[in-house]
Design a protein around this ligand. Sequence first.
Ligand SMILES: NC(=O)c1ccc[n+]([C@@H]2O[C@H](COP(=O)([O-])OP(=O)(O)OC[C@H]3O[C@@H](n4cnc5c(N)ncnc54)[C@H](O)[C@@H]3O)[C@@H](O)[C@H]2O)c1
Length: 287
Amino acid sequence: MIQGQPRLSESVIGARGRDSHNPGRFHTQQTTGFSMDVKDKVIVVTGAGRGLGRGIAKMLASKGAKVACVDLNEADLAETVQVCKDAGGDGQAFIANVAKEDDVEKLFADVVSELGGLHGVVNNAGITRDGLLVKAKDGQITKMPLQQWQAVIDVNLTGVFLCAREAAAKMIELGVDEGVIVNISSLARQGSFGQSNYSAAKSGVAALAEVWAKELARYNIRTGAVAPGTINTDMIAAMKPEARDRLVSAVPLKRIGEPEHIAMSVLFIFENSYFTGRCIDTDGGLR
Ligand SMILES: NC(=O)c1ccc[n+]([C@@H]2O[C@H](COP(=O)([O-])OP(=O)(O)OC[C@H]3O[C@@H](n4cnc5c(N)ncnc54)[C@H](O)[C@@H]3O)[C@@H](O)[C@H]2O)c1
């Protein structure tokens, strides 16, 4: 078990090393070659009940992955599982709160025992609780309550830490040839008005992708982040047309993105064996 020093399987130790034909050189590619095929790989997608998470689950399933769809909402998950099956792949529902350590530990143990392995996680579950740091009006100063700050940090930052930690521990234990951790960041990682909590978390998860790229490469685990701009999800669809138009006019491409655009960036990180630690901004050029 993973207590202190991990016990590595032979495949992890043997996957890298010196080239036997040319001992002065290290292998320039891993056992899997230049690209990773997600077919039959077990990939966890958090927040898969709707929106971007569903789009990512669908894309991975359409490439033949076995997708562990994670969310708090059971009914939404059932729909996503059907979407995965309709896309030609496989999906299975797992209820878990990514902000709770016990839930996350159980989740990854269940995924491995029920789906027979683990090759990656997409840390997509996220919430917003927008508000100003402080606001002065009519001589009154109001402050962002700690609870409001903490709620977003718990899900969007601690949740990503917990899922990545459990995923990495399990993948090392299982001796995966190639594992992948993707964090969904946001355009807001640059610092967004009214989003102290959200911007801090989204900047944090992009930085963590970089930290983990350095720490986990020795175990053949790659990482990456995707920072979406404004994407066509329920929240955007519910906006008044004028507000939506204002949003669109600020985007250089003059249109909002679709969940498939974000899913394509996620898939790129999985498939490209020389990608690790970087964040792909997928935002139509908006800054
Ligand atoms: N939609 C956008 O335009 C946009 C832009 C930038 C970044 N993002 C990021 O992309 C991700 C998905 O966004 P979305 O628009 O699809 O959101 P959404 O609200 O439509 O879906 C989020 C899903 O996460 C689930 N979830 C929330 N808290 C959870 C928890 N504690 N444990 C497990 N599941 C939980 C929800 O039930 C929901 O199904 C988020 O991380 C968000 O910050 C979205």
